[in-house]
Design a protein. Sequence first.
Length: 164
Amino acid sequence: MKTVVSVLRWAAYALAALPLAFAPLAVRLRVPRRLLGVRFDPQPSALRAAAHTLLSGGMGLLAWFLLFLATVAAVRGIAYPLLTGDDYENSWGGPTLGGAWAVHAALGIGLLPVWAIGLAGLGQLQVRLARRLLGRTGAFWSLPLAVLLACAGVLLFISWLHQI
């Protein structure tokens, strides 16, 4: 149970990263301390604070987009019969409506922990990024990884837009 609460806290921090990216420095430091028990001494320059705002905001947008996709997958799985046509023979779990509904609902709900773990990973990366940019003590690899994930999030969003 403690692990589930920990994953949810880290996931909540990943979602809080978007508004925190534009918050004053004192708030950016207070939230991880209160929510996660993570402390670090701030020593940011104006350039480091601006870089943190940009990268943290980009990863925060990615976290919210992943939450949106998880919600869509869960709702579509649960409400599968209301959202599809009559061709259950070629769908997953077909040829009956009950089988197709069961498979889609199981996938939509069953993958929610995977989405939560992904968000928790983004939350941990957010803390490492804040330590590196605001506290100057974190690992260097958090910077290129944050840039890579923000760019990947843009590509994921564009590809999702093209498939609608």
